[in-house]
Design a protein around this ligand. Structure first.
Ligand code: NAP
Length: 323
């Protein structure tokens, strides 16, 4: 993960008062692909990176299903390639995070940590963040054994026992990654069937270091200075137990990063931005791409595709307005 210390960065050099033709929020696959397309359309896009350069994809150790990389590609490596390609055509990347937006009139007004921005069109590619279990001990022990990113923190668990919570693709993929370091990886899932795809299931079931605890939820994470155990409850029998572990990796889905737009853009009950088939949100001139607007696919390739479409639509709108 590339954590940005925003307090150490100077004021925005992106030119306060300048009206950007295209401003992009987010630097994951959707944001950087939108930047590439907008740059090639000579719209001089400005990307505000958000807190994680490269987005969630950059936290993935290997991406095996992005076409063009038959042997897989590192997540952060792919992010750097996206960025380099967009910059080659003139996209500008600003290490800033939007904190407030005013979409009531154009140009739209965006207030970041470091500066204020005006934009004729806005592409929202703010992605999603990992969900928390919201159980006692989770918050206190985050960074002390509780983690939401195996690629970032797996190394700390060399020769240790870890548990993974969740039954989706992320849980199995990250669990398989953790077998590089940990002596054992126990997947704790609330049902008796996994949600993950068949390839990952097959690999996980075959792996000697991985085992499963079914129909079970974590009710508490126990430890004083670091994680020592999890408190478990079988949802079928109600039986409670304690399971000793050094680490708890939580992969139970994501919530879109769209709180900033509440009351200004239409979204569904889970907070995903509503877009039509042309990436248009409920406000003309505002487009959305990637996981912030996609509850269905959430893949690097689909996010990148949405980013490309959003930039093409921004270009078409600006062209039609200048005609
Ligand atoms: P996901 O598919 O939504 O799976 C979340 C898992 O967490 C589910 O098994 C769910 O259980 C469980 N869960 C949810 N809330 C819980 C709670 N409060 N307590 C305990 N368990 C809880 O999320 P994901 O695995 O992060 O995947 C997100 C998307 O990215 C998916 O579309 C996935 O296909 C994609 N993805 C793909 C790859 C790949 O292709 N290699 C890798 C990673 C992610 P239930 O099953 O009971 O609902």
């Amino acid at each position: 993960m590339v954590e940005l210390n925003l307090t150490n960065l100077g004021a925005s050099d992106a030119g306060e008062g300048k009206v950007h033709k295209v401003l992009i929020l987010g630097s994951g696959p959707a944001g950087l692909t939108a930047a590439l397309y907008a740059a090639r359309a000579e719209l001089e896009p400005l990307v505000l990176t958000g807190m994680e350069l490269g987005g969630q994809a950059a936290l993935t150790y290997t991406i095996e299903n992005y076409p063009g990389f038959p042997d897989g590609v590192g997540g952060s490596e792919l992010g750097e390639l996206f960025q380099k390609q967009a910059e080659r055509f003139g996209a500008k990347i600003e290490f800033d995070t939007a904190r407030a937006v005013d979409l009531s009139q154009r140009p739209f007004r965006i207030t970041g940590e470091n500066g204020k921005y005006l934009a004729e069109t806005l592409i929202i590619a703010t992605g999603a963040s990992p969900n928390h279990l919201n159980v006692p001990g989770e918050q206190e022990l985050t960074g002390r054994g509780v983690s939401y990113c195996a690629t970032c923190d797996g190394w700390f668990f060399k020769d240790k026992k870890v548990v993974v919570v969740g039954g989706g693709d992320s849980a199995l993929e990250e669990g398989l990654f953790l077998t590089r370091y940990a002596t054992s990886v126990t997947v704790i899932h609330r049902r008796d069937q996994l949600r993950a795809g068949p390839v990952l299931q097959k690999r996980a079931f075959a792996h000697e270091k991985i085992d499963f605890i079914w129909d079970t939820v974590v009710t508490e994470i126990v430890g004083t200075d670091k994680v020592e155990a999890v408190q478990l409850k079988n949802v079928k029998t109600g039986e409670e137990s304690t399971f000793e572990t050094d680490g708890v990796f939580i992969f139970i889905g994501h919530t879109p990063n769209t709180q900033l737009f509440k009351g200004q853009l239409e979204m569904d009950e889970r907070g995903y931005l509503k877009v039509d088939s042309r990436m248009r949100t409920s406000v003309p001139g505002v487009f959305a791409a990637g996981e912030a607007a996609d509850p269905h696919y959430r893949q690097v390739i689909t996010s990148a595709g949405m980013g490309a479409a959003a930039a093409i639509e921004a270009y078409r709108l600006l062209e039609s307005e200048s005609a």
